[in-house]
Design a protein around this ligand. Structure first.
Ligand code: RIB
Ligand code: CA
Length: 310
C-alpha cells in the first residue's frame, strides 16, 4: 500500500462519491475537493461535498465548484441512483454555507496557482472529467502537474462492458478525450473492474458500528442499492465504483494494469465508448485497470471504515 498519498478529489457527489470521500479521508491526505455537474446539478454536488465533509469531521478541507455542465453536450444527471439532490434519503442538517456566485473561484483557476502545481498530489476523478479538461485547455501546464490522475470512467476496450455507456464518460465524452489526449500519468479505472469489486448487501449491516457516519451512509446506500443492486451480475451485491478509484491510488498492488493509447467515441450511437487510439495519432499511454483482487479490496474497504467506529 502507498503510505497516505496526498490526493485531490474531483467528483460529482453522489452516493458512491460520498463513500469515496469517507474512505479517502481514512487512507489518504485529502488536499481538497472539487465538484462538477454529473449525478446531480453543480449546486447540489458543491453543497453535498461540504455537507459530507462536515459529518466526516473535516469541514476545514476546501471545496471548489467547477463546471455546471459538459464541455459541449447538455447535462445528463442520474437522480434514479442518487436521488433528487444527490445523497439519496440522507438530508444534511441545515447550515449557512456559501453557495456559488459569479465571483466564486472555479477549481481550474485554483489548480493553476503555484502551490498546487508544484505539489506531489494524486488527482482522483470520480465524475465527468469536465473540470480536468477545462484545466488542461486553460492552463496547459496542468497536464503534467499531477503525480498521477485516476479517472473512474469508461471500460477497457474490447471487454463486454465497453459499450455499457459508463455514466462519467457518456455525460462528457469530449472532456474524457481531452484528458486521454493531453494528460500525463493518467490511469483509467473502468467499470470492467469496478463492477467486479461488488459489496455484499449483507455487509450494510456493519454500518451502525460507525455512528453518525454509518447512519449517513446507511440512508444513502439504502436508496442507492434499489437501483445499483445486481449491477455487476450478483443480485445480492452492488458496485461502489468511486470507492474503487480511491483504492487504485491507495492500494494499486491489488490491481492489474495495461498501458494503451486511448480515445473516446464522442458522437452517435457509440458515444462514450473508450477505444484504442489509432497508432498514427501520437498520444500518451493510459494505464488501464484489467483486474482487481476483490477480497483484498473488501478487507481494505472495511479497514478504512474503522476510523469512524463509534
Ligand atoms: O458509472 C459510474 C460513475 O458514474 C460513478 O462515478 C457514479 O458516481 C457516476 O458518477
Ligand atoms: Ca461519481
Amino acid at each position: 500500500m502507498v503510505p497516505r498519498p496526498t490526493v485531490w478529489l474531483d467528483m460529482d457527489p453522489g452516493i458512491d462519491d460520498s463513500w469515496a470521500i469517507a474512505v479517502a479521508l481514512s487512507q489518504c491526505d485529502v488536499a481538497g475537493i472539487s465538484t462538477v455537474a454529473g449525478n446531480v446539478e453543480l449546486e447540489h454536488t458543491f453543497q453535498n461535498a461540504q455537507d459530507v465533509l462536515n459529518v466526516l469531521g473535516h469541514p476545514e478541507i476546501p471545496v471548489f465548484p467547477g463546471a455546471d455542465g459538459p464541455l459541449l453536450e447538455p447535462l445528463i444527471t442520474a437522480q434514479a441512483f442518487h436521488g433528487e439532490q444527490g445523497l439519496g434519503d440522507y438530508v444534511a442538517e441545515p447550515r449557512n454555507i456559501p453557495g456559488i456566485s459569479a465571483s466564486t473561484l472555479r477549481v481550474w483557476s485554483r489548480w493553476a496557482q503555484e502551490p498546487i502545481r508544484e505539489s506531489a498530489t494524486h488527482l482522483i476523478a470520480t465524475g465527468p472529467l469536465t473540470n480536468l479538461a477545462m484545466g488542461f485547455l486553460a492552463f496547459p501546464e496542468l497536464r503534467s502537474a499531477w503525480r498521477s490522475i485516476t479517472a473512474m470512467c469508461g471500460a477497457l476496450p474490447g471487454t463486454e462492458m465497453d459499450k455499457a455507456k459508463e455514466f462519467n464518460v457518456y455525460v462528457d465524452p469530449h472532456a474524457a478525450d481531452v484528458v486521454f489526449r493531453y494528460g500525463e500519468r493518467v490511469q483509467m479505472l473502468g467499470i470492467n473492474v469496478a463492477h467486479k469489486a461488488l459489496v455484499p448487501i449483507r455487509d450494510l449491516d456493519r454500518l451502525p458500528r460507525y455512528g453518525k457516519v454509518g447512519r449517513m451512509l446507511a440512508k444513502m446506500l439504502n436508496f442507492y442499492t434499489i437501483e445499483a443492486r445486481g449491477e455487476g451480475g450478483n443480485p445480492d451485491a452492488f458496485p461502489i465504483d468511486d470507492v474503487v478509484a480511491v483504492a487504485a491510488v491507495s492500494y494499486p498492488e491489488i490491481f492489474q494494469w495495461r498501458e494503451l493509447p486511448l480515445t473516446v467515441v464522442r458522437e452517435g450511437p457509440l458515444r462514450g465508448t473508450v477505444v484504442i487510439s489509432p497508432i498514427d495519432v501520437k498520444r500518451p499511454v493510459v494505464r488501464v485497470a484489467l483486474d482487481i483482487e476483490v477480497e483484498e479490496f473488501l478487507i481494505w474497504l472495511w479497514q478504512s471504515m474503522e476510523r469512524y467506529r463509534a
